[in-house]
Write a protein that binds this ligand. Structure first.
Ligand code: IVH
Length: 684
């Protein structure tokens, strides 16, 4: 390539990158994937490295991040918040290592710290005399937004440091949203008819930028700390790259910095590792790329940092990136493809769920053919049309979702989607309640609803009928052998023999499993009924408090709300269910079939050592799961609830305990660890 050609190409790349940035940050309508953006940026960096004359001050390679918004006061960073160079494979990591060792000097042994790259947003926190003074977003790396009141609502950001602490300290890290909290948030927003978020990062980033801190708090954000800078006084900048000035303290390595952060009361990710060689780094990267779905938060790579701070300082940084760190990027989990159709499935409660039919596309090693579109409101507000080229993401165990259309690819042949007025399964009228995002089929006997209800009833979290999977549920409902959940208990061998592919052995096994399900207990039955908003936890609370289906069915909305964690929404839904004649009849048939609907186990337990005591579990206990702890507590008559209030007797806190612990401390509720719990459980 001649220099002229290089210049032309660089101009072209700059235009593309600027456009992509504009669409991403300003229009919120990304036209290319992150991976495509990275590829363009790398090509430009390579060109500018080869022909330094081409580098201009306004080149996208000189830009660190998004421009700060004007809604918040500016937060000036004492030292720029750098970004990271990217590596995509083992060879590039080796090249990084070679460069580091060359610059560090041949005789200096180089070791690394590997950290998970949390997919959230970077923030900086200033502590003065141990208390949180100010916090801000990264912004463009020099100036971010002052979002102090919002950051104060995040339970894992300490408002006071644990002693001993230095006079001034700046802590940096990542605000993120747990996948489980993200799913809850979206489910709630969906119920409330609000727009859902495409991914946890967007929800976290929007959450930090709320004008009302109450709204930030509702998002249930979390924080991992990963860097520290000590300063003599405010404004007096540390000078050792991003990680800190070893100055008058004994912090000499990134590892020690992370340990110090932990001691100050921060959450530091538990999966950090020290690596003595680049081979160990590579092994770590490969391991976490394979294991990322095990985590309850999103990661998009690994950050590799030179451990020794003096070496970091020696290496310094170029333009936007430090030379002493790099990020290893996992294979992208988003891609663009064509939305060929939108089809409707009907859910358990009759909701009409629009699903995207996609031109099959590989995302993170999986072929994606379908993705959720949530509801009509989501489709309309994102202006998604049939025939569009769309951006699709797949995040861990979260179902793939269509993020939005790529408007620049529109040809004019796309079709606007409209929710049908009749149920695509049973042709009954569809109700589009005003103010609700969801449309619903009005026919409770709709085969699609029946199938979903039957499948749910038999599923593991509910009655756990082994061998009663999706296929069987579909066959039985389609053949009209099962018209509601009570019909399951009327099945017999001759009837089942008429179902395709049901042999004698599987029939016998299935009937035994159905029989066995009759004594699962009240909480499981309640879960299985599929009452809106009554999941496993709520069912367990109702079962423990009321002791029988009849008592729950006879309780007023006010009675129901006296239970811990039961609000008006749940209470109304329970009442609606039991007010329906058809549901009461179905329950009678379950009872007649011998399904146990009293909480005999819990009732007797109410006489145990923990009778009348209410517990809340938080964090990870060293040797037992939450389910096990719950079982032990309940076996002795205690009650486990989901949220801390004045009525709570004990909060059992494990590692990584979050907001519940803070709340307990505020309310003066007793906090115990697993050992304390065991002591209570032990017979006196
Ligand atoms: S260190 C110079 N450590 O990744 C060092 N960053 O492109 C810069 N991130 O904006 C940051 N987890 O939002 C670092 N353990 C970690 C990280 C991490 C996530 C994010 C951070 C930053 C981006 C770097």
């Amino acid at each position: 390539m001649t220099e002229r050609e290089a210049r032309a190409r660089a101009d072209e790349l700059r235009a593309q990158l600027e456009d992509a940035n504009y669409r991403y940050y300003v229009l919120d309508d990304p036209a290319i994937t992150d991976a495509e953006f990275d590829a363009l940026l790398r090509e430009l960096i390579e060109l500018e490295t080869r022909y330094p004359d081409l580098r201009t001050a306004d080149s996208p390679t000189q830009r660190v991040g998004a421009p700060p918004s004007e809604r918040f006061a500016p937060y000036e960073h004492a030292r720029p918040m750098l970004s990271l160079s990217n590596t995509f494979n083992a060879d590039e990591l080796r090249a990084f290592d070679e460069r580091v060792r060359k610059l560090a000097g041949a005789d200096a042994p180089v070791s690394y710290v590997c950290e998970l790259k949390i997919d959230g947003l970077a923030i900086a926190l200033d502590y003065s005399d141990g208390s949180l003074e100010r916090g801000g977003t990264r912004g463009d790396g020099r100036v971010g937004e002052d979002v102090t009141p919002n950051l104060r609502t995040i339970p894992t950001i300490p408002l006071r440091l644990r002693a001993p602490y230095p006079a001034f300290i700046e802590v940096r890290g990542e605000v993120y949203l747990r996948k489980s909290d993200f799913e809850h948030l979206n489910a709630k927003r969906e119920r409330e008819g609000l727009a859902v978020f495409a991914n946890p990062r967007n929800a976290a980033s929007g959450g930090v930028r709320q004008l009302d801190p109450k709204l930030t708090k509702e998002r249930r954000l979390s924080f991992f700390a990963y860097a520290v800078a000590l300063r003599q006084a405010q404004g007096d900048t540390g000078d050792s790259g991003d990680t800190g000035d070893s100055g008058d303290t004994d912090i000499a390595t990134q590892w020690e910095a992370l340990e110090a952060l932990r001691a100050l009361g921060f959450h530091v990710n538990e999966n950090i590792r020290r690596a003595a060689s680049i081979d160990e780094v590579i092994a770590y990267c490969e391991q976490w790329e394979a294991r990322r779905d095990e985590l309850d938060y999103e990661i998009d790579g690994v950050v590799v940092k030179v451990d020794d701070l003096a070496t970091q300082e020696l290496l310094g940084s170029v333009a936007r990136d430090p030379r002493w760190a790099t990020s290893f990027k996992f294979k992208p989990r988003e891609a663009r493809t064509t939305l060929t159709d939108i089809v409707i499935t009907v859910g358990r409660t009759g909701t009409l769920n629009p699903n995207a039919v996609l031109e099959p596309v590989q995302i993170g090693g999986v072929t994606v053919r379908n993705a959720t579109l949530h509801n009509a409101e989501y489709i309309a507000s994102n202006d998604i049309r049939i025939g569009d080229t769309v951006l699709v993401t797949r995040a861990g165990d979260v179902i793939p979702r269509v993020v939005g259309p790529i408007l620049s690819e529109r040809t004019g042949d796309e079709r606007v989607f409209a929710m049908p007025d009749r149920c695509p399964v049973c042709d009954s009228a569809v109700d589009h309640p005003v103010g609700e995002a969801m449309s619903r089929c009005t026919n409770a006997a709709c085969p699609a609803q029946v199938f979903e209800r039957v499948r749910h009833f038999a599923s593991r979290g509910a009655m756990d009928i082994e061998g009663f999977g999706d296929v069987l549920a579909e066959q039985l409902t389609q053949l009209k052998l099962v018209r509601d959940i009570a019909d399951i208990y009327a099945l017999d061998a001759p009837t089942l023999a008429s179902v395709p592919r049901m042999g004698e052995k599987s029939i016998a096994n299935l009937l035994a499993a159905i029989e066995g399900s009759k004594t699962r207990g009240l909480a499981r039955v309640l879960t299985g009924l599929g009452i809106r908003f009554v999941g496993e936890q709520t069912a367990a609370i109702l079962a423990a408090d009321f002791g029988s289906v009849d008592a729950i069915g006879g309780a007023s909305s006010e009675d129901l709300q006296r239970s811990e964690g039961i609000g008006p929404e749940v209470a109304t839904s329970v009442r609606l269910f039991f007010d329906q004649e058809a549901n009461r009849e179905m329950i009678e048939r379950l009872r007649a079939a011998g399904v146990v609907m009293e909480g005999a186990v819990r009732r007797r337990a109410a006489e145990g050592a923990l009778a009348g005591k209410t517990f809340v579990l938080t964090g990870t206990l060293p040797t037992m799961t939450r389910d096990e702890a719950t079982e032990l507590i309940e076996a002795q008559g205690g009650k486990v609830t989901g949220s801390v209030s004045k009525k709570t007797d004990y909060v059992v806190a494990g590692s990584e305990a979050g907001s519940k612990l803070t709340k307990a401390e505020q309310l003066g509720v007793a906090v115990i660890d697993e050992e304390g719990l065991r002591a209570l459980l032990a017979p006196h």
